[in-house]
Design a protein around this ligand. Structure first.
Ligand SMILES: [Zn+2]
Length: 132
């Protein structure tokens, strides 16, 4: 699609795309937050997600249970470490959506291709300036 901000129809189209992208991002964000909440909690002091150890449901649990629990905690932690950057990216993109400069190439100031924005809403440059 050509850049055509002067054209009202195209401008509307961009707004529509923006809305669609926003809705998609918000849905992804909600899923990620839910997954993270299942495994841990947000540390408000550091702003980072931390895995929480499983509740001790049986106080008389033996050594094997303890080992299992520890393994589980470890896998949660590593899982959360992969989810957290994804969530941060989405939050960043959502923040950018409200900016005047959203969808504009950082290098040339032209509109970024819609297809590219759909694939990566956090894109900062048009296809031409992708490598620079
Ligand atoms: Zn450009």
């Amino acid at each position: 699609m050509q850049a055509c901000y002067e054209n009202v129809a195209c401008y509307d189209l961009l707004m529509l795309e923006k809305k669609k992208i926003k809705e998609k991002l918000e849905a992804e964000r909600d899923v990620l937050v839910e997954e993270l909440r299942d495994m841990g909690k947000l540390n408000l002091e550091t702003g980072e997600w931390e895995a929480t150890p499983e509740e001790l449901d049986a106080p008389e649990s033996d050594q094997n249970d303890m080992a299992d629990r520890f393994e589980n905690f470890e896998s949660r932690s590593s899982m959360m470490k992969t989810l957290e950057p994804r969530l941060n990216n989405i939050l960043k993109a959502l923040k950018g959506l409200n900016k005047e400069s959203f969808g504009k190439c950082e290098v040339c100031g032209k509109d970024i291709e819609i297809k590219r924005l759909e694939a990566n809403p956090a894109a900062q440059t048009c296809k031409k300036h992708l490598e620079s």
